[in-house]
Write a protein that binds this ligand. Sequence first.
Ligand SMILES: N[C@@H](CCC(=O)N[C@@H](CS)C(=O)NCC(=O)O)C(=O)O
Length: 333
Amino acid sequence: MARIEHPKSPLIAKLRGVHLFHFEGAPCAQRVRFALAEKGLIRGQEVPWNADTPASLEASRDTWVSRHVSLIKKHHLTDEYAAIQPNMVVPALVHDGRLYVESMEIIEYLDETWRPNPLMPTDPNAAALARSLVEEGKRLHVSVRYVSFRWGLGRFGKLNAKEEETLRRLEPVGSPEELAGFYGRYDRGTIAEETFHEHLDALERGYAALEELLTGDGRPFLTGKAFSVADIIWAIKVLRIHECGYPFQRNFPALFAWFARVSQRRGFQDGVMQRHRTLNRAFRVKSTIENMLGVGLQRASQRQMRGSGSGGAPIAAQENAKNDQSGSSPSMT
Ligand SMILES: N[C@@H](CCC(=O)N[C@@H](CS)C(=O)NCC(=O)O)C(=O)O
């Protein structure tokens, strides 16, 4: 369990109930919010991320306090936030003064602490599959980052010199997130073509494996008949790349249908989309225009799949299927 034993920030010990340090559009935070909603914990009061007033310290029963850390305003690249989350990323969760980091371990903690609506299957085979899908999802986290920074954020994602300096000063040596290393790979204001293709390829292999799993026996969810933690991690992995304009419906139709099913869940709508709709629409408009102009992720993925034979739906199916940019996304309404 990724619990931080002696957090530097004096704020942590004062917090009662559940508090989440998060950013609306961050995939790692979205999956924790998805899990909180599935577990029946409701988003309660919104307070500044570093609020220390008596009223802000207490979460009422069955709710969590939202402490929004803006990755746009770079709240995470401050001494104050580094004293909360040493790796300077979101999310971080505090429960009764104890601090937890690492999104998937936070979800595991929530699942063990709040028993209703279990997220880990009880059947041993399904549980083993869930664990392996979660591991694969975690491994691909960095690939989502590279692809979405290239297609979603572009030069807006780049740090300025002062922010880079702060990051170099504060990021611990050997941090698993390697943020400084990641931002150092911005080449002329974007992510280099070769790096991007390497990561898109890895993601497509992951999606292809899920496509096969779903088409094999027509199961509604990744581990079988019941929704599980594997659906949480992968739904968020599809959401962000879909927002970037990736043609899921064309390349992975069963996965796209599964995503439609998962994204209709109350937990997804409340936990992930509630305050993310505007950003989601902005991403979608941008990527639809890019795809219409033939310079979007759709084109890059076509070249990728033809070039490397990296898996996914057969090329003929891709050509016949309709372009999913023309339809509205299932999750966004
Ligand atoms: N392994 C961590 C990864 C956390 C992470 O990478 N968070 C991203 C948002 S999804 C972040 O805060 N990035 C800060 C940045 O890119 O500057 C987890 O799963 O919680």
